[in-house]
Each structure stands twice: as structure tokens, then as C-alpha cells.
Design a protein around this ligand. Structure first.
Ligand code: ADE
Length: 249
């Protein structure tokens, strides 16, 4: 079964973009996943193919119309399509590895990319969209965020990553101890510009290497991401409400 990604965007030409190269690109070529970028404007019905309008209540920018977005969703998802619908927005819940694992384990995703000021909230709720942010900064649209989400999912699809690129030990990989940042890596030469690789890595003592890496992981996590070490930080993605309740008129 192919993992199916559909992207609803005003800029379909941005895809596959970087997803057509490297690991993701090879997976696409081999049919391990599929990618369809659909132009939201294609479902607009008026002469000017209008997709947006000014915000009620005033303010800057334009808002994507609910009827247009709904029609784009309907056209992209056949009856019974079980894929989650994800709206990329800085208002969303943070994208974390837990959600990435869940999405990668499913049949695929339908991604809605916002532009302008946003999307009418009624269609977001009526379609049960999961609102997701890739970080605390504002992009000019959801397309790059969609690519980030797809890249993170696609590399977990069986067969996409070879044994050489195993994902088990990397940062945010789950374990009984929660998620830690990864330990640092070294390769040949053992001495470079007078800088030696940590001796323990050359020792051949597997248990000592494992202990050293563990300590390094904990130290770097404590320094850079202390939030990951607390119960709260670990559970944040689990507690975040992903499915806002739709509120009919
Ligand atoms: N669209 C604009 N900024 C974004 C962000 N940080 N995450 C997801 N979608 C976005």
C-alpha cells in the first residue's frame, strides 16, 4: 500500500521541490509514497477564480473562503478517504516526532497550505482539520511547512530509509526514558587539526561507548532543551488538542 500525500495549495509548482531529491525522491520514484499537489484555485467558480476575501471585523490581509477550501477538500478526497486533513498554520499544535510517527503509520495525509492571513475557521472546524505548526516563526505560506511535515513522515515509511540510515537512535526517537537529543558523532581521521576524537570511542568497549553517549545525550538535552526532560515537556504533544470540535451554526 502506497502512503498517499495530497497537498492543497495556491502554488502547486512548488512541489515536489526538494521532496523530489534524496531519500524522499528515491521513495517517490520507487512508489513507496505518492505526492499530488492540487491547485486550490482550480475549484473557484467565478470569472476571476477568486479564492479569498477581506476579513470580517477588519484588519490586514485576505482570508481563504470556506466554500472554496471545502470544494478543494471534497475534490481531493474521494468518499471514504480515511486520511487525516492537516492545516499548516503558525496557530497549530507544534509538530513533534510522536505526531510524525502516527501520520507515517497511517494511509497518508491531505495537507492544506494557507497563504495570506489565513483560512476561514468554519471550514477548518467543519472538516475536523488538525492544525499543525512547524515552529514559532511565521512563514509566508504553509507550503514549506508541508514539505517539512512530509519529509519527516516519508523517511519513516518502511523501505524509504535503508539500514544505513536507521532512525532508531536519533534525536526524539522514543524510548522508555522519553526523548533526548542525540549524542555527537565522529569519524576518521582520529586526529584533525590537532583535535582528537574522544578516546572512549576508539576503545572498543561497547558498554563504555553506550554510557558515554548516554551522558552526552543527557548533557546536551539539559543545556539546550531542558523542557524535554520534564514530564510536561515529554507529554506536551500527547495532551495538545489535535481535533477541535466543530461548532455547527
Ligand atoms: N504557515 C506559516 N507559518 C507556519 C508555521 N510556522 N508552521 C506551519 N505553517 C505555517
Amino acid at each position: 500500500m502506497t502512503w498517499q500525500a495530497t497537498v492543497l495549495t495556491l502554488f502547486p509548482g512548488m512541489f515536489p521541490g526538494p521532496l523530489g531529491t534524496s531519500l524522499a525522491g528515491r521513495g517517490l520514484e520507487r512508489g513507496l509514497w505518492s505526492l499530488e499537489a492540487r491547485d486550490i484555485r482550480a475549484v473557484a467558480t467565478d470569472r476571476h477564480r477568486t479564492v479569498d476575501d477581506t476579513p470580517f471585523g477588519g484588519g490586514a490581509g485576505m482570508v481563504l473562503r470556506p466554500d472554496v477550501v471545502d470544494a478543494a477538500c471534497a475534490a481531493a478526497m474521494p468518499e471514504g478517504d480515511a486520511r487525516p486533513l492537516v492545516f499548516l498554520t503558525p496557530r497549530g499544535v507544534p509538530l513533534r516526532q510522536k505526531l510524525v510517527r502516527e501520520l507515517a503509520a497511517g494511509p497518508g495525509v491531505v495537507l492544506l497550505c494557507g497563504r495570506y492571513e489565513g483560512v476561514d475557521q468554519r471550514v477548518v472546524e467543519a472538516r475536523g482539520m488538525i492544525e499543525v505548526s512547524i515552529g514559532d516563526y511565521v512563514l509566508s505560506g504553509g507550503e514549506l511547512a508541508a514539505m517539512v511535515l512530509l519529509d519527516s513522515c516519508v523517511r519513516l515509511i518502511p523501505g524509504v530509509m535503508g539500514a544505513a540510515e536507521s532512525a532508531e537512535e536519533e534525536s526524539f526517537a522514543s524510548s522508555d526514558r522519553g526523548s533526548l537529543l542525540e549524542y555527537p558523532h565522529y569519524t576518521r581521521p582520529a586526529e584533525w587539526h590537532g583535535l582528537r576524537v574522544p578516546e572512549v570511542l576508539l576503545s572498543g568497549h561497547h558498554a563504555e561507548v553506550a554510557r558515554w553517549r548516554r551522558e552526552q545525550s543527557e548533557a546536551v538535552t539539559r543545556e539546550r532543551r531542558p523542557d524535554l526532560l520534564t514530564e510536561q515537556g515529554r507529554d506536551a504533544s500527547a495532551r495538545a488538542p489535535l481535533h477541535p470540535a466543530a461548532s455547527p451554526a
